[in-house]
Design a protein around this ligand. Structure first.
Ligand code: GTR
Length: 375
């Protein structure tokens, strides 16, 4: 009798917790994912393909600007090699990416570190703030059996409002409305590194993740949303313009982004400053483009500016898309508490205690998730 009432009580508690997630998401009133612009409900994977195209179009037109689809050639050259990095454990090489269009030529380096003791390791393509000369997490990542290709974002194109003067932007200058912003330039350039990685026979080319933190979390999300060759997309504390829903968001808003970093996005985003409720999209659109591949969103409990709850809700919002495509999305039966991690589904999430940062506690969880899902 006692046992039965405890069970009933816990079932009720569970239901209430689940309901809280649904309610929280409903409050945001975000645009529907599973409906075409002509109002047709999207209830088959084929219809999702059509919806996917619409979503790509809306996001590029209104938020990030259009990324080039044709009109360039790429070549790569190994410019430095270190066969015995980290005491002989890792083979490291620096590769220069050279991209040419009718308008000229640009180049930037990336560094590939491959553990010697793992055959065909899965890969992290990591866009980082640090220069390549800093070893960062490389030894720990390779010790865990992963290869890592690192690129410093400022080596691709400076984080400045320089028009289309520097870096790959100069190959395809855009207009003030829907021309690509710097996030697009960085994201597209990651795909040029991916072109190299997918033809590298020594790597597990079916398991290449793209990862970045903060503005580079936004970049990683955009890259993985647009480029379907990545098996996993990891957006760490990517916040506004990343994985966080704009509607109902705490901290950074569209107006803040457009005032402080207008050149990260396309000019059209300015139209929506202070009008989040009217946006023809929300950031779950970007997250949904990753489906059915794996998506991992990481938040920190004291990162109010990024707003981890709004990141969590975007993960919840895309779950029906994953389900339509035969996968589990986010498996979480309640709103997240500090220290939580949800690793069951194809959409992963964790809420690390602490402030805005990408550190070894986060990496540990990303690697655990990858091993669990084989992506
Ligand atoms: C902040 C910005 C955020 C985030 C962060 C970062 O100043 O408001 O959107 O991108 O920078 O990249 O460090």
């Amino acid at each position: 009798m006692g046992k039965e009432s405890i069970t009933k009580e816990s079932i009720t508690k569970e239901a209430v917790a689940k309901e809280a997630v649904t309610k929280e998401l409903e409050k945001r009133c975000i645009p529907e994912l599973l409906r075409l612009s002509d109002n047709t409900p999207v209830d088959t994977p084929q219809l999702w393909e059509a919806r996917r195209k619409e979503i790509r179009e809306i996001l590029q037109r209104e938020c990030y600007g259009y990324l080039p689809e044709t009109g360039w050639e790429t070549e790569w050259e190994t410019v430095a090699e270190e066969e015995n990095a980290f005491g002989g454990k890792v083979y490291m090489r620096t590769i220069e990416v050279r991209i040419r269009s009718g308008r000229g030529y640009v180049s930037f380096p990336f560094q590939l570190s491959v553990p010697g003791n793992t055959e065909k390791p899965p890969v992290f393509l990591y866009i980082t703030f640090s220069p390549l000369s800093s070893p960062e997490m490389v030894e720990e990542i390779t010790d865990n059996g992963f290869a890592v290709a690192r690129v410093c974002y400022q080596d691709i194109a400076p984080d400045q409002n320089d028009g289309y003067y520097n870096g790959p932007g100069s190959l395809f200058p855009g207009n003030a409305y829907d021309g690509w912003g710097k996030l697009g330039v960085w994201a597209w350039s990651l795909s040029r590194i991916m072109d190299y990685l997918v033809q590298e026979k020594t790597l597990n080319t079916d398991a290449i993740a793209v990862i970045g933190h903060s503005r580079l979390g936004k970049t990683a999300l955009l890259c993985g949303a647009m480029d379907e060759r990545f098996s996993l997309v990891i957006a760490s504390e990517s916040g506004a313009g990343g994985a966080a829903l704009f509607r109902g968001k705490e901290g950074e808003k569209v107006a803040d982004l457009c005032r402080n970093f207008p050149y990260w996005f396309c000019g059209n985003l300015k139209k929506w400053a202070g009008k989040e409720e009217e946006l023809p999209f929300d950031q779950h659109f970007a997250a949904a483009l990753v489906a059915p591949r794996c998506l991992y969103t990481a938040g920190a409990s004291e990162d109010e500016w990024a707003d981890p709850l709004s990141e969590f809700l975007a993960c919840r919002a895309v779950t029906p898309v994953y389900e339509l495509l035969g996968k589990q999305g986010l498996v979480a039966d309640r709103l997240p508490r500090t220290g939580d991690m949800f690793h069951e589904g194809s959409v992963g999430f964790h809420l690390r205690p602490g402030t805005h940062y990408l550190g070894r506690d986060d990496w540990k969880l990303f690697m655990e998730y990858r091993k669990k899902h084989g992506v």
